[in-house]
Design a protein around this ligand. Structure first.
Ligand SMILES: Cc1cc2nc3c(=O)[nH]c(=O)nc-3n(C[C@H](O)[C@H](O)[C@H](O)COP(=O)(O)OP(=O)(O)OC[C@H]3O[C@@H](n4cnc5c(N)ncnc54)[C@H](O)[C@@H]3O)c2cc1C
Length: 498
């Protein structure tokens, strides 16, 4: 099977590296990219799933982290979201010690409702406490250990990631062609794409095409006219201004997302610099004001001119159409609040590998791919909307809009269930599991009125004592863990210029 990948950004080279390593004898891969067009290159924060992707490709972690100047990410710190002055961490991990059939927050709710002395739920998460203390060591594989209750991802330099993967893919036989695609050829009978034509006159054919052409969506959108489902009524942010700066504060092992007047700003510390950006709604703020607002709060000397990016929340009605599979921005985009874009790329690649056709793709394979990727998008969409909607902020027209907007029924039902019973809607497919929803519900101020009745079983005094002991145990673990910068210097220091 000959596979042609259109685009050499994060999506293109992740696809090329994965297909060449995971299906080495089943496809001949060609990747076309244009240096003149370039890549988005701002994806800096990831989810823990990326570690599984790297492991499957045999990528050595320390080498990868050094090459991409990566730091550790234990979660995301949200500031000023529920109310100005609030701060909580959505950790990669659980609350409590993750034992027993009933989730920890039900016991916590029970004690809180009884007026007993319990601290903020955040205090009972080792992941949160390590993040706040700027510390990191690898989690334990022993499910009985408190140290198994947190996970981690990376913050890395997106401009280094694609070239790193390119090396892997080319060593595995991927052929790269430089050139700008100016036309696309299709079979008059089937409508399938048969070749792309470059500005130098060259034609590149293929049986299967993977559209990684970015926001332009060259094959899926422009050629096949797959319609775009626009979700901007729920996720109105459509612009970002980004600027890197020198790191002048501690190297925090987490991403910060601080709510602003018309959106939010990120802060992502890497080994060699800190990434900053203000994601905003252009209906509520103009570019110059966004730029000025960001520069006013950046915590170090800017290292480049601020750069404005535009986007739209939503996805293509079908991500796999004819013989074209869209991966990355070509298939859709959800703003970077929970760092889900690279995760969505990874999932699309995983589904493609699992459903990789032996010859012509069958409609049932395509439908299954689209069902799976649509579920991922839908669940992330609801999770993102929750952050905006669950707020009491009324200090700007932006917050008034998101606080009062109609939300999807699927999310309204989830919120209602949590508010009444502290229950998180369970699902098998989709990225954010119970603890993530709990972190954001509580962090944004949605307190459950009830709890799982099984949490009434333990004796009250014993439960209070167990909570106190857990806090002490967490404090001892934090104290015994390495400072983040020291961990990086020891494990994966980036090569510095001589
Ligand atoms: C403001 C912002 C912040 C973000 N932050 C994060 C984050 O923290 N975490 C995260 O996971 N994701 C983040 N993302 C998303 C992330 O940047 C993208 O998912 C990722 O870069 C993948 O991009 P891509 O490869 O699909 O497209 P691109 O990077 O745009 O690559 C497109 C490729 O297609 C090629 N191409 C296009 N047209 C043609 C043509 N005509 N001929 C030849 N080649 C062509 C280009 O040369 C390029 O190689 C962010 C995005 C934005 C906008």
């Amino acid at each position: 099977m000959s596979v042609t990948i259109v685009g050499g950004g994060t999506a293109g080279w992740m696809t090329a590296a994965a297909l060449s390593r995971l299906l080495p004898h089943q496809c001949e891969i060609t990747l076309v990219e244009s240096e003149a067009i370039g890549i988005v290159g701002v994806g800096e924060a990831t989810l823990p799933h990326i570690r599984g992707f790297n492991e499957r490709l045999g990528i050595p972690e320390a080498e990868f982290m050094a090459a991409t100047r990566a730091t550790i990410k234990l979660g995301i710190e949200f500031n000023d979201w529920g109310r100005i002055g609030d701060s909580y961490v959505h950790p990669f991990g659980t609350f409590g010690n993750a034992r027993g059939a009933v989730d920890f927050h039900h016991y916590w709710t029970r004690l809180r409702q009884a007026g007993l002395p319990v601290d903020d739920l955040q205090e009972y998460s080792l992941g949160v406490r390590l993040a706040r203390a700027n510390r990191f060591d690898f989690p334990s594989q022993d499910g009985e250990s408190l140290r198994s209750t947190y996970g981690y991802a990376y913050q890395f330099d997106a401009m280094q990631f694609a070239p790193y993967l390119r090396g892997i893919a080319e060593r595995a036989g991927v052929k790269r062609i430089e050139g700008r695609i100016v036309a696309v050829e299709r079979s008059p009978e089937s409508g399938d794409v048969t070749a792309v034509q470059l500005d130098n006159g060259r034609n590149v054919g293929g049986e299967l095409f993977v559209d990684c052409s970015g926001f332009g969506s060259l094959l899926l959108g422009r050629t096949l006219s797959e319609s775009f489902e626009d979700w901007s009524q729920w996720l109105p942010c459509d612009s970002a201004v980004a600027v890197p700066c020198r790191t002048e504060t501690a190297l925090s092992p987490f991403t910060s997302a601080t709510a602003m007047g018309a959106g939010w700003r990120w802060r992502i510390p890497l080994q060699h610099r800190t990434g900053n950006g203000y994601v905003y709604s252009s209906a509520h703020l103009d570019d110059d004001s966004a730029r000025a607002a960001l520069l006013a709060v950046v915590e170090g000397e800017p290292m480049a001119e601020p750069r404005v990016l535009r986007f739209r929340a939503g996805r293509r009605a079908r991500s796999w159409s004819h013989n074209v599979v869209g991966v990355g921005l070509a298939s859709g985009f959800l703003e970077p609040l929970e760092s889900t874009s690279i995760y969505l790329i990874q999932q699309a690649i995983t589904f493609l590998v699992e459903l990789f056709p032996a010859g012509a793709a069958s409609p049932s394979d395509r439908d299954e791919f689209n069902r799976l990727i649509d579920l991922e998008y839908d669940r992330i969409r609801d999770f993102l909307i929750l952050h905006y909607h669950a707020t009491t902020r009324s200090d700007s027209s932006f917050w008034d809009y998101v606080r009062t907007m109609a939300i999807p029924d699927s999310l309204a039902e989830k919120i209602e269930l949590f508010r009444r019973r502290g229950r998180v809607v369970k699902y098998r497919e989709g990225v954010f599991l119970d603890a993530s929803w709990v972190a954001v519900y509580l962090g944004q101020g949605i307190m459950p009125e009830g709890h799982d009745r099984r949490a009434d079983l333990p004796d009250e005094a014993a439960l209070v004592a167990a909570m106190t002991a857990l806090r002490q145990q967490i404090a001892a673990e934090v104290a015994a863990t390495t400072e983040h910068r020291r961990f990086l210097d020891h494990y994966c220091p980036m090569r510095r210029a001589a």
